[in-house]
Write a protein that binds this ligand. Structure first.
Ligand code: HEC
Length: 249
């Protein structure tokens, strides 16, 4: 069901997360509401306070498709994994919803607006910034951290063999299939099997090259694995066990 929605959009040439398409509406409106409210209060202009409240009503309207699309993207791109960023975004969105309702209700009273309403709008702006920050963390990932000495060998291997297509653990060829969060990272032996014979996961365009032992030895693959999992990231999406059954340990 969800997949077919994304496949439909891909067919008409839209391959980006849906949330990114709508999130600017409430975010921009919230900042606008704040600016209108503060000017209304400073210059005692009732019309500006009114406009601020109307903006907040629009934020409230756009809140729902934005959260819905965010939820869908989360299911589709992250398999609904409970990442820290998601938990923070959910909490912040909940708080924003309360603030919006309060803002709409209280914004009606007070001709030029009131300090209480301004505080609510200000908190709303902070909520929007926090949600945006963690959204960007999810979408672009944090930049590759500096490798501690024990992972230097792995980092070198990564830079030489993988970084061109997978900068910072991402994937510039097929952004959906980043190294960060790849299911093959669950186990070093599965990771090795993948390098030697990259079976194509769903949605792949089969560009991931076979990495032979002449390029990266088994021992080096372990260093690479350690660098990716300990320095770059941890697995985020569940492993398709039919492709890579867990080897007995
Ligand atoms: C020429 C570009 C290219 C290079 C070089 C490359 N990869 Fe990939 N890799 C891809 C592409 C594209 C995919 C997605 C699958 C596909 O479409 O082939 C992928 C997929 C993967 C995946 C699975 C991702 C997922 O989410 O399922 C892992 C893990 C991976 N690569 C690791 C590596 C490692 C480690 C190296 C270096 C040894 C490397 N890749 C080098 C292009 C590359």
């Amino acid at each position: 069901m969800l997949d077919s929605i994304y496949e439909f959009f891909a067919e008409i040439g839209f391959t980006h997360p849906l949330h990114a398409m709508v999130v600017h509406m409430p975010a921009g409106m919230m900042v606008g509401a704040f600016l209108l409210a503060i000017t209304g209060l400073l210059f005692k202009r009732a019309a500006l306070a009114q406009s601020a409240r109307h903006c907040v009503i629009l934020v409230l309207i756009f809140f729902f498709p934005t959260v819905l699309f965010g939820f869908m993207d989360w299911q589709y791109y992250f398999s609904g994994a409970w990442l820290d960023e998601i938990i923070i975004k959910l909490a912040v969105s909940g708080a924003l919803l309360v603030l919006l309702i309060l803002g709409v209700l209280l914004g009606r009273k007070g001709k030029f607006g009131s300090k209480a309403v301004l505080i609510i709008y200000t908190l709303g702006v902070f909520a929007v910034i926090a949600a945006g920050y963690y959204g960007a963390e999810l979408a672009f990932g944090s930049r590759a951290p500096v490798a501690p000495p024990e992972y230097m060998a792995g980092e070198k291997l990564y830079m030489r063999n993988c970084n061109a297509c997978h900068p910072y653990g991402g994937n510039i060829v097929n952004p959906k299939l980043s190294v960060i969060g790849a299911p093959e990272l669950i186990d070093s032996r599965i990771f090795l099997a993948y390098l030697r014979d990259p079976k194509q996961p769903k949605g792949s365009i089969a560009i991931m090259p076979i990495v032979p032992a002449t390029k990266v030895t088994d021992e080096q693959a372990t260093q690479l694995f350690d660098y990716i999992t300990k320095v770059l990231e941890r697995p985020r999406r569940p492993l398709d066990q039919s492709l890579y059954p867990m080897p007995p340990s």
